[in-house]
Write a protein that binds this ligand. Structure first.
Ligand code: HAM
Length: 434
C-alpha cells in the first residue's frame, strides 16, 4: 500500500474553520432541541467489547465486514463504535437508570466501507434514544425531534419514510413466507442469494444487487403480516405524526441495516443527495435489545443522523456559501499606538461577550488592515493616535467600508447592538424564530 501517511487516512477527513462553524451550528441546534424535549447527553466510550456490537446482528454488513476490531494489550477483543444504539443500551443495562431514560449523543462512528461522497469510514452522528417506553406516542416524539432538527436547519427536501417490522408474534410468520418466496425464486441466482436467505431473508430486501431487484420488488410485505397489536401500534404512530403535521410515506420495503429493529422503523431521505447515500438519518424501535444484553425487558426507540450528510444536503439545497461567509468575528483591533491599549481593549470586548481578535508582532498599519479583512470580522476597530487624544476609536464597517468615530466607552454597547441586529437578520434568513 503506497498511501501518503501524512494525509488523513482514506475515508476520514479533517474539519477546519470555517467549515467547523457549520458543525457547531448543527450540534448546538440539535442539543437545544433535545434539551427542550427532556433528553440528557450520554457519553459512552469510543470502543466497546466486540460482543456489544455483535448484538446488532451477526448477519449485518456492519458486523460481518465493516467493524474496526482490535485486541488491546490485555488481550481483550474490542471494536470502535460502528453505531450508537448498542453502546447506549449497554450503558442502560449497566447503570439501570429509572426509565423512561431519554438521552442524546454526538459521537464519531467507524465503518470500513467503500468510500464515496457521503459515505466515510469515520462519520459523525447526532442521535437520540428513549428506553423504557412502549407507547406509540414515544415513537412520534422521537421522529418529531429529528424532523424538527432538519426544519431548524432549513432543510426542506427531506422525506420521512416509515415502516413497521412487526413484533414477536408477526415476525416469524412473515419470515417463513418471505423465506419460502425467495427460495422459490432463487434458481437463476448464485449461491450468495441462498446464503443470504439462510442467514436472514430480511437482509436480502435491502440488497443493492441489480439482478435481484425484480424478485425483491415482488416479495411479500411485512405490513401484510402484522399482528393486531403491531398494526394498532403502527396506526397510532401514523395518526400521531398526522396530528403534528409531519408528512410521511409508507415504505414497506424499508429494511434498516441492523437486526435489532422491531415495530416502527423510519428513515429520512434527502432528495438533494444521490439516491445511494440519501439517508440523512434513520432509526426505529428495538424492543428486545436490552434483554438480549442481559438487562430487564425494556422497549427502546431512537435514531441516528449523519452530520456530514446533513451538511452535504444543506450545500446542495441552498449552496451554503452565504451562511459560511457570515462574519466569524465581531471586531478586529488595529493597533496604531503600540502602547498596550490594544491588549486591554480586546480583553474588554471579549469580557463583554463580543468575538474580538487583533494582530500581533507590531505589524504595519496596512498589514493589520489586510489581516482584519482576512479575519472575516464585521468591523475593524482602529486605535489611532489622533483618536486616542480624545479617548475615541474609529470603527470601520468591513462590508460597506463606512467609517465612524465613537467614544471609547460606547464602543462595546454599539458593537453589541450591531451584532444583535445582524443575528436577527440571519435567523430571519433561515426562517427560524428570532
Ligand atoms: P444508520 O442508518 O446506520 O443507523 O446510521 C444513521 C445515519 O448515519 C445514516 O442515516 C446516515 O445519515 C449516517 N451514516 C451512516 N453510515 C455513514 C457513513 N459511512 N458515512 C456517512 N454517514 C453515515 C444507525 O446507526 C442506528 N444506530 C440508528 C438508530 C438509533 N436506530 C435506533 N436508534
Amino acid at each position: 500500500m503506497s498511501e501518503d501517511v501524512y494525509r488523513a487516512p482514506k475515508g476520514t477527513h479533517d474539519v477546519l474553520p470555517p467549515e467547523s462553524d457549520r458543525w457547531m451550528d448543527a450540534v448546538t441546534t440539535f442539543a437545544s432541541r433535545a434539551r427542550r424535549y427532556g433528553y440528557g447527553l450520554v457519553i459512552t466510550p469510543i470502543y466497546e467489547h466486540v460482543e456489544v456490537f455483535q448484538r446488532v446482528g451477526a448477519s449485518t454488513d456492519v458486523v460481518r465486514k465493516e467493524m474496526y476490531e482490535f485486541e488491546d494489550k490485555g488481550g481483550r477483543r474490542l471494536a470502535l463504535r460502528p453505531e450508537g444504539t448498542a453502546p447506549a443500551v449497554r450503558a442502560y443495562v449497566q447503570h439501570r437508570p429509572t426509565p423512561p431514560w431519554k438521552v442524546w449523543y454526538l459521537a464519531p462512528h467507524f465503518r470500513y466501507e467503500a468510500t464515496q461522497a457521503g459515505r466515510y469510514r469515520q462519520h459523525w452522528q447526532l442521535g437520540a434514544e428513549v428506553l423504557g417506553v412502549d407507547d406509540p406516542d414515544a415513537d412520534v416524539e422521537v421522529i418529531d425531534l429529528a424532523h424538527g432538527f432538519y426544519r431548524d436547519l432549513g432543510l426542506s427536501k427531506v422525506r420521512l419514510l416509515l415502516n413497521s417490522m412487526g413484533d414477536a408474534t408477526s415476525r416469524p410468520a412473515y419470515l417463513d413466507a418471505l423465506r419460502k418466496y425467495l427460495l422459490d425464486h432463487a434458481a437463476p441466482f448464485g449461491p450468495e442469494f441462498r446464503e443470504r436467505v439462510d442467514q436472514n431473508p430480511l437482509r436480502l430486501l435491502d440488497s443493492k444487487e441489480e439482478a435481484w431487484q425484480d424478485v425483491i420488488e415482488r416479495a411479500p410485505q411485512l405490513t401484510e403480516y402484522l399482528s393486531d397489536e403491531a398494526a394498532a401500534h403502527f396506526e397510532r404512530v401514523q395518526q400521531g405524526l398526522d396530528s403534528l403535521g409531519i408528512a410521511h410515506e409508507l415504505a414497506p420495503r424499508l429494511v434498516r441495516g441492523f437486526d435489532y429493529y422491531t415495530s416502527t422503523t423510519f428513515e429520512f431521505a434527502s432528495d438533494a443527495l444521490d439516491a445511494a447515500q440519501n439517508a440523512v438519518g434513520g432509526g426505529g424501535r428495538y424492543d428486545q435489545l436490552a434483554e438480549d444484553m442481559g438487562g430487564p425487558p425494556t422497549p427502546g426507540i431512537g435514531f441516528g443522523i449523519g452530520i456530514e450528510r446533513v451538511l452535504l444536503a444543506l450545500d446542495e439545497e441552498r449552496g451554503d456559501v452565504a451562511e459560511a461567509a457570515a462574519p466569524r468575528l465581531d471586531a478586529y483591533i488595529i493597533d496604531g499606538v503600540g502602547d498596550g491599549s490594544a491588549t486591554v481593549l480586546v480583553a474588554e470586548l471579549r469580557a463583554d461577550g463580543l468575538r474580538a481578535d487583533r494582530a500581533y508582532g507590531g505589524r504595519s498599519w496596512k498589514a493589520q488592515m489586510t489581516m482584519a479583512d482576512r479575519s472575516g470580522a464585521r468591523f475593524a476597530v482602529i486605535l489611532g493616535r489622533r483618536e486616542a487624544e480624545h479617548d475615541a476609536v474609529a470603527v470601520k464597517d468591513l462590508q460597506s467600508g463606512e467609517q465612524r468615530e465613537l467614544p471609547r466607552r460606547e464602543l462595546a454597547g454599539w458593537l453589541q447592538a450591531q451584532v444583535e441586529d445582524e443575528h436577527g437578520t440571519q435567523q430571519q434568513r433561515r426562517g427560524a424564530p428570532t
